[in-house]
Design a protein around this ligand. Structure first.
Ligand code: UN1
Length: 511
């Protein structure tokens, strides 16, 4: 047994598996069963400081390598992810509770991100820009920013870390990563892959722990960029700390109260399929999951009847079972939040249509009685801008049906009445409605005749309004982890200026 297999599992700092200074540990739990999956050392701010020092020290050598040589290291990470997809997919499922096809898809999405980042290294970069002066060459170059701190959530415990890290590393930055405290085993396995792929010591560091460790990353001035995906509450605190600090930057992605508009011209099968996928896949725990279905009065009754039937029957069960549609939620906190919001909806006048919030004992798989089980909760409510239940993110299968009358403009007005702006979909056969929605829905990711989940890595991923700032995700992360230099070279012996600016130096003798 090598030292990384021994429990408590360790951090990975400067090429070594380390215990950290405190000796304190925490456990990872399987949310489907309540069983302990592993024990992990818990990082203190001092451990984070050590990791940042390692990353800072490793930066000069890593950035000095060629872009393509760094990408070659990432290709080895890609093969690790491909070779160990089933194994790591199962770990994702065991730690996060996502059903097994989602567990694997999480790893596949990570591999795609690495593929994009490493493949991009052999593509042309930047812009060659014309100058007013014929002898000037102008073009755009990118430089790495230095140490990148990555703070990632449990709901995509492999894909999101690679959204953050793959491009950051290829671009020449070094990384200190804190995985979510619910999914440290995923963090540990990714660390093994980075080591087996030969990422140089100090270039990639992992500290396992909680918010105090994440905060230490944010507070450390040597961390030039913080990439954060997680709750709006934490994201806005990071923004308050780093916004306006010279030389430091944060890119944040922070959830949504995502909506689907189903118009009078919707194909009903597409509407139902998209709504069920968007609301219940991942047990509603994607930041792109939909908690608002905005349905035209002409198709409302038909949609409602069929959606309710499906919500009554979607299979909740053991996430390792291929036939399960919804696994458990990740922890007790999520269960409580879900019930609180269901109560709030009732208080605010909701007509409850499906209440599987407390599952029947026979719906809970044998041996899983200690898991965090909930089922769909669906209600109808008249749209009212003052309602909290249709404005605040629950992060669970808590779904509001709202009937609207009138045109697409009205649907979009209701849709946009939220502080968030991450993902949305429109279901319609009318291209004018679709195009209106595309142009006026206030979101970063919009879909026509599709669920509002399932984005691919080669598109930008990120939100507007309260959902995000910058893009810590997918291909657009390049903006957060690099600085641009607008470079101009003079090929002449004479200096000639643009804008007709005189380049003559006059002296007092010339006067
Ligand atoms: C998230 O919702 O937290 O678009 C990430 C999707 C996935 C990523 C979701 N590619 O559904």
């Amino acid at each position: 047994m090598s030292d990384h297999d021994q429990q408590p599992y360790r951090h990975y700092v400067d090429g070594e598996w380390t215990t950290g200074e405190s000796g304190e540990t925490f456990e990872s739990e399987n949310p489907a069963t309540g069983e302990t999956l592993g024990e992990f050392y818990r990082a203190t701010p001092a451990d984070v400081e050590e990791a940042v020092t390692a990353a800072d020290d490793a930066f000069e050598e890593w950035r000095a390598m060629s872009y393509i040589d760094r990408a070659e290291v990432l290709w080895d990470v890609y093969h690790e992810l491909r070779d160990r997809t089933d194994e790591l997919g199962e770990i994702v499922t065991k730690e996060s509770g996502k059903e097994i096809s989602e567990g694997r898809a999480d790893v596949v999405e990570a591999a795609h991100m690495v593929e994009w980042a490493a493949g991009n290294a052999r593509h042309p970069h930047g812009d060659v820009v014309p100058s007013e002066i014929a002898e000037k060459d102008a073009y755009m170059r990118r430089k790495p920013r230095g140490v990148v701190g990555c703070i990632t959530p449990w709901n995509f415990p492999v894909a999101i870390p690679f959204w953050h890290m793959a491009v950051a590393l290829v671009e020449g930055n070094t990384v200190v990563w804190k995985p979510a405290e619910q999914t440290p085993w995923c963090g540990h396995t990714v660390s093994e892959m980075m080591i087996d792929a030969g990422v140089p010591d100090g270039v990639f560091n992992v500290v396992q722990g909680f918010g105090d460790a994440g905060n230490a990353i944010v507070e450390d001035e040597r961390v030039s960029t913080v990439l954060f995906t997680g709750s709006a509450e934490v994201g806005h605190k990071i923004d308050e700390k780093l916004g306006g600090v010279p030389g430091r930057d944060a890119a944040l992605e922070m959830g949504g109260k995502n909506g689907i508009v189903i118009t009078e011209n919707a194909d009903m099968d597409i509407a139902l399929h998209s709504a069920v996928m968007s609301s219940f896949k991942t047990t509603g725990q994607r930041c792109v999951s939909s908690e608002r279905l905005i349905v035209h009065e002409a198709v409302y009754d038909e949609f409602k009847a069929e959606f309710v039937d499906l919500a009554e029957s979607v299979a909740v069960g053991d996430p390792l079972d291929e036939d399960t549609f919804m696994g458990p939620v990740v922890d007790e906190g999520q269960v409580e939040k879900f019930h609180q919001y269901n109560d709030l909806a009732r208080e605010e006048g909701a007509e409850v249509l499906v209440d599987r919030a407390e599952l029947d004992p026979d719906e809970i798989p044998d041996g899983h009685e200690d898991g965090y089980w909930i089922g769909p909760f669906v209600y109808e409510i008249d749209y009212d801008p003052d309602l909290r239940c249709i404005h605040e993110e629950v992060f669970g299968p808590h779904v509001a049906l709202m009937e609207y009358s009138g045109d697409i403009e009205r649907a979009v007005e209701i849709h946009n009445d939220t502080d968030y702006g991450l993902a949305a979909a429109i279901i319609s056969e009318d291209y004018r409605q679709i195009n209106y929605f595309r142009d006026y829905a206030e979101v970063g990711l919009a879909y026509g005749n599709l669920p509002c989940i399932g984005a691919e890595v080669q598109l930008p991923f990120g939100g507007v309004k309260k959902s995000g700032k910058g893009s810590p995700s997918a291909r657009e992360v390049i903006e957060a982890v690099t600085e641009r230099t607008a470079w101009t070279l003079n090929n002449s012996k004479d200096i000639e200026m643009a804008q007709g600016l005189s380049a003559d130096i006059t002296t007092s003798d010339d006067r």
